[in-house]
Design a protein around this ligand. Structure first.
Ligand SMILES: Nc1nc2[nH]c(O)nc2c(=O)[nH]1
Length: 456
């Protein structure tokens, strides 16, 4: 049943519940063929034709979740004692010297682990923001591209950068920053080597100067120019904390959105991680420009950064998605749990009756797809890629629940039973195809121990 040939028509039949982000009645399920959704089946109906059937009557079916911001390498510095209980700036200042010791094998392990963890949580596409390039790790994005191919998720690999060190008034120590020429040459190389803009693409590249306090104005401007030339997306951290806002005022004499505008980033190929500290007028400007926002609720609570005004941004026109953020400020890579966190944190801001489980699922699927500039994923409809997650409600935490879709978030689902990417089963009966989880756990922990030992 579970090995399907590309041309066979597989009917995912009669799910217990389904969330599609589309109006069509899909209660009879979906038909998958050649990596795409080819038919949506109404309640009580059968497909026109099918070769195989997957009985989904005990599963909640949703579009594969899409993660719009991560730092995979940070899985190596989870719950690091020196970095506990800190706000963003001191937290970063503690971790920069540790991260500076990152080696190629460590990054490979970290990327595999983060992607596998995401996959198990129902995630089928992920963006990573990698901004550390020590001398021995100049091919960081190549390492990530290899690991992503091995695991089989769709990825948007962002070529991050830091160019403003302490000597020039920035936050990071001088030894973790790179020259603008190096950053731009590598960015151009990576775009031509990996960026695939076609429908169903498995790898896309975006340019991602790290944050106002770690990059120069010049690299923001040059990245915008390069991204326009190749029509790739731009990504950065913005308006995460009040410290950052004070930095922008002092360094550039501008608030964050004015700064963004001044470097030619205020348009619909840009998405921002966090996006918390905006005033009403800035929200309208971001929305009118179509700037995307990645909401990272757990990280924002962990670093006490604030609450993203998700509903106001959406109402203004910004695509809004969800991100787990790096695993040093979350500290896990579980997107279904992050979706639950988003629902509850946004309820604190807007009230329980204004934020539904459907809203949160929409942000983590269709919203995230829009944030990444993709219209081929995030929705269960004919013509879309066959990226799906199926959860059963067999665990004790679901017992006594009545609305299966609401139960998924309210009862705290944390692991998918089946996950499909581009028509291929990647998780079956809760197990990741072709991955020895125990071996991955061991080798990753050893890499983490080696990294931590370098600064002890
Ligand atoms: N949550 C995070 N914020 C950041 N800002 C910045 O410059 N780096 C980071 C980061 O790693 N996490």
């Amino acid at each position: 049943m579970n090995s399907i040939t590309a041309s066979a028509r597989l009917w995912i039949a009669n799910p217990l519940a389904i969330h599609t982000n589309a109006d069509e009645d899909a209660r009879g399920g979906l038909v998958i063929q050649s990596g795409k959704i080819v038919e949506v089946v109404a309640a009580g109906q059968q497909p026109i034709h099918f070769d195989q059937q997957f009985d989904a009557s005990r599963h909640v079916l949703i579009p594969g979740l899409i993660n719009t911001h991560h730092h995979f390498y940070q899985t190596l510095t989870r719950a690091l004692p020196a970095a506990l209980n800190k706000e963003l700036f001191p937290w970063l200042q503690t971790l920069y010297p540790v991260w500076a010791g990152l080696e190629p094998d460590m990054l490979h392990q970290a990327t595999r682990l983060a992607l596998t963890e995401l996959l198990l949580s129902g995630c089928t596409a992920a963006a990573d923001h990698h901004y550390l390039f020590p001398q021995t790790l100049t091919d960081a994005i190549d390492i990530q591209a290899d690991a992503a191919r091995e695991v089989g998720l769709r990825v948007t690999l962002t070529r991050g950068s830091m160019s403003l060190g302490q000597d020039d008034g920035g936050l990071p120590p001088q030894h973790v920053v790179q020259s603008e020429a190096t950053i731009l040459a590598d960015s151009e190389r990576l775009i031509s080597r990996y960026h695939d803009a076609s429908e169903g693409s498995m790898v896309q590249v975006a340019l991602a100067p790290c944050s106002p306090f770690s990059v120069t104005r010049d690299i923001m401007l040059a990245s915008a120019e390069l991204a326009a030339k190749h029509q790739v997306r731009l990504h950065t951290h913005l308006a995460e904390t009040l410290d950052e806002e004070a930095f922008c005022q002092k360094m550039f004499g501008l608030r964050t959105v004015d700064y963004l505008d001044s470097v030619n980033w205020l348009h619909n190929r840009t998405w921002l991680a966090h996006g918390i500290h905006f005033d009403a007028n800035e929200i309208l400007r971001l929305g009118a420009a179509g700037v995307g926002i990645c909401h990272c609720p757990t990280s924002n609570m962990m670093l006490a950064s604030g609450i993203c005004p998700v509903k106001d941004l959406e109402a203004a026109g910004s695509p809004v998605g969800i991100g787990v953020d790096g695993s040093a400020s979350n500290d896990c890579s579980n997107l279904i749990q992050e979706t639950r966190q988003a629902m509850y944190l946004q309820r604190l801001k807007y009230g329980s009756s204004s934020v539904t489980h459907q809203d949160a699922l929409r942000w983590a699927t269709q919203g995230s797809a829009r944030v990444l500039g993709r219209d081929d994923i995030g929705t269960l409809a004919v013509g879309k890629q066959a990226d799906l997650a199926l959860f059963n409600l067999d665990e004790l935490r679901f017992s006594g629940s009545h609305d299966p879709l609401a139960a998924l978030l309210l009862c705290g689902a944390h692991q998918a039973d089946y996950v499909m990417v581009a028509g291929h089963w990647k998780v079956e009966k809760g197990e990741v195809a072709g991955v020895d989880i125990g071996a991955l756990r061991n080798s990753h922990q050893q890499a983490a121990n080696r990294l931590a030992a370098k600064t002890n």
